[in-house]
Ligand binder design. Structure first.
Ligand code: ZN
Length: 191
């Protein structure tokens, strides 16, 4: 059986990236804008599935654990949920394509409370390629590991607020989750 790959584009939205974003990673996240767009297009053009998994919160959702941890962000109906930069153009151009999906999520992980796992298995996806911001990429990677997926992380298309978190996450992907770190051409980085 031919197995497929899916690029999971996690939370690259205005609230997480723009200067005015409600929970922004700021400059490090803005610095990957061109690469995250290019690598998404490359994956799409070679035939991979593309899943945008995007935080969707309600204002004053006091039962949500994040409400005690972070300021309100990615509120449904606000521009904070718009994809940042040229990635927004990619989505606009391809939103109707049968290989492109938009999935709202409530938790860090793209697998939590969504049907991402089911959709991937239906399409015989065995490898997820992760891009996006901070904590949500890490938690998605851990769930992907526990669900038995091969993991590739696009090193130049992930970003964190703090350099030490970034370094920890890259080490964890590779050494603990067995992930491949890949470059902007989706080729394995061997160091
Ligand atoms: Zn959130």
């Amino acid at each position: 059986l031919l197995m497929a790959k899916a690029l999971i584009s996690i939370d690259y939205t205005e609230d997480f990236v723009a200067d005015h974003g409600k929970l922004t990673a700021g400059a490090p996240a803005q610095a990957i804008s061109e690469t995250i767009n290019q690598v998404t297009r490359l994956a799409f053009e070679r035939g991979d599935y593309i899943f945008f998994t995007i935080d969707a919160h309600e204002e004053n959702d006091v039962f949500h654990p994040e409400s005690k941890l972070f300021p309100p962000h990615n509120i449904i109906g606000t521009s904070g949920r718009n994809l940042f930069g040229k990635l927004a153009e990619f989505y606009q151009e391809h939103a109707d394509d049968s290989r492109v999906f938009w999935m709202d999520k409530r938790h860090y992980s793209a697998f939590s409370g969504t049907d991402l796992d089911i959709r991937l298995r239906e399409r015989r996806v065995d490898t997820v390629i992760l891009t996006g911001t901070d904590i949500c990429v890490l938690h998605t990677a851990i769930d992907a590991y526990n669900l038995g997926y091969q993991i590739e992380v696009v090193k130049p298309a992930v970003a964190s607020i703090w350099p030490e978190n970034h370094a920890f996450a890259l080490g964890h992907f590779k050494n603990t989750l067995g992930a491949k770190l890949v470059d902007e051409n989706l080729l394995e980085i061997t160091e």
